[in-house]
Design a protein around this ligand. Sequence first.
Ligand code: MRU
Length: 351
Amino acid sequence: MTRLLQTIEPILWRDEQLHLLDQRVLPHTEKWLTYHDSDAVAEAIKLMVVRGAPAIGVTAAYAVVLAAREAWFSAGENWKEAVEPALKRLTSSRPTAVNLSWAIERMKQACASLSKYESPEPVLLALADRIQQEDIKANRTMGQYGADLLDNDSIVLTHCNAGALATAGFGTALGVIRQGFLDGKIEHVYVDETRPWLQGSRLTAWELMQEGIPMTLQADVAAGALMASGRLDWVIVGADRIASNGDTANKIGTYSLAVLAKYHGVKVMVVAPTTTIDWLLENGSLIPIEQRMSSEVSEIGGHVIAPVEVPVSNPAFDVTPASLIDAIVTEEGVVSNPSKEKMQQLKKEGK
Ligand code: MRU
């Protein structure tokens, strides 16, 4: 239980370089990779060395520091123009999680306010640190808000990994589960393995087991039978992008869970910081859905499990309509039965 409140932080800035915990090789190997150029970080995001919407955002903020340093050394007083191409490459590294472009935009605004005659690094680094710390703080706040919605001894299901690994620390959906466990609200957690990338079996199971939170891993297809048994109280998930009406993009399979949950009377909680809300999008149909490489589906652990050259569809995310969600938990407050109007209220009033 030692890590319950002091969870792993997968993104570290040390010795003027960025260090990322390589999530591709967990849970069997804990390997840290070191980055000193922003293009390599963009590639790391693409390859999912680091993944999870808030974690991608924080990583991108530090990558902007690296890009600006490089631009300052190579172009001097023209660094603001020189940094642009690297920022474009970073922005396009993954399309669905809006935290990525949110963080880059915030860093760009800071760049715009700086003198062209001074190194931008100190100011940008301080801002990236702030973005990281704000994310951890938001997660802790959401953890308590979400836990407060649970009855004692709840049985919950989570999908993908919305834990410390997917954020700067503590987690969104797993933050609620962590806090809920501490508060006596969680009796048991079912963890979907989350095909095809297996974020559930490789990452969420690893996080929960380290903390002694009672859990059971199951195949994604077992969720319906679990709900039919009448034992499940909540589905608790994170989000990659929430449209302004509450429609939510999250890991592929979340929509199926929400439909099943509605049928069985199980409640659905989405936990995400306000940095995951895209106020510019009217509804979820406008959220870009990433298609990933076919080998993620046709192979497991490097072993080919399907006919060679089989046509594959591999959307990484799906969209759950707001009407299937009981609560969206943010650090600014909880939106129950989300709708366009209630989301606007959150935007206006916050906490
Ligand atoms: O493809 P991934 O692993 O980056 O997808 C991650 C998810 O879908 C998470 O549920 C989401 O980013 C929320 S993480 C706090």
